[in-house]
Design a protein around this ligand. Sequence first.
Ligand SMILES: Nc1ncnc2c1ncn2[C@@H]1O[C@H](COP(=O)(O)OP(=O)(O)OP(=O)(O)O)[C@@H](O)[C@H]1O
Length: 214
Amino acid sequence: MPAHTPRQTPPQSRLRISDVWKAYGRRQVLCGADLDVPPGALIGIVGENGTGKSTLLRIAMGHLAPDRGTVVRTGTAGYCPQQAVLNDSFTVAQHLRLFQVAHRLPTLTRAHELMDVLALADCGRQRAGELSGGTRQKLNLLLALMHDPRLLVLDEPYQGFDWETHQRFWSLAAQLRDRGCSIVVVSHLLHDRDHFDMVGHLRDGRLDMEVPAR
Ligand SMILES: Nc1ncnc2c1ncn2[C@@H]1O[C@H](COP(=O)(O)OP(=O)(O)OP(=O)(O)O)[C@@H](O)[C@H]1O
């Protein structure tokens, strides 16, 4: 880069959810949930099955409208849904190409780096429908990360990962957080709690935030 070219700092991201309510028919799931994810924070969302964690994340991403409340999102976002949205007849490489076009990425350099981190590099020619559950989930995560978003919303992103990939995921999450990325992760695993700066317990439709004890 020429000496006179100012360095581009990527815009900061933020997610702020305020007083969000959501019911499915008569089933009231969220009852005034609040969540503030500042730049450079790694926040875990925990709670029993069916308490509304995925609902909250879908609302955060604008995939589902709340009945009441507001969501403010700034900066580019990457979303890893609980169920991978893949085309089973496309290969891994074709998925990358599709997302490259969608995100208007000039190269796939970052995607290839992430394929190495997630041990996906040998899978380029495999069709999504032929992938194992864990490998499918790696592709799901890769597609959420490959455009280097400043906000990451990840719904149980490491389901089916082997232990080594699981550890690599956490190193990657820490690196991204240290670069100012805001990250929200739904987790069911007790031993993951040490990785979080804050943990939000979803109970009775609201989030109680706690700083995990080290
Ligand atoms: N589209 C829908 N229509 C009706 N009910 C739904 C719908 N989606 C979710 N629910 C219900 O809303 C509640 C919350 O679901 P949600 O998937 O958000 O919970 P969760 O905390 O993510 O669960 P899990 O830990 O099992 O992934 C559940 O009782 C679920 O059955």
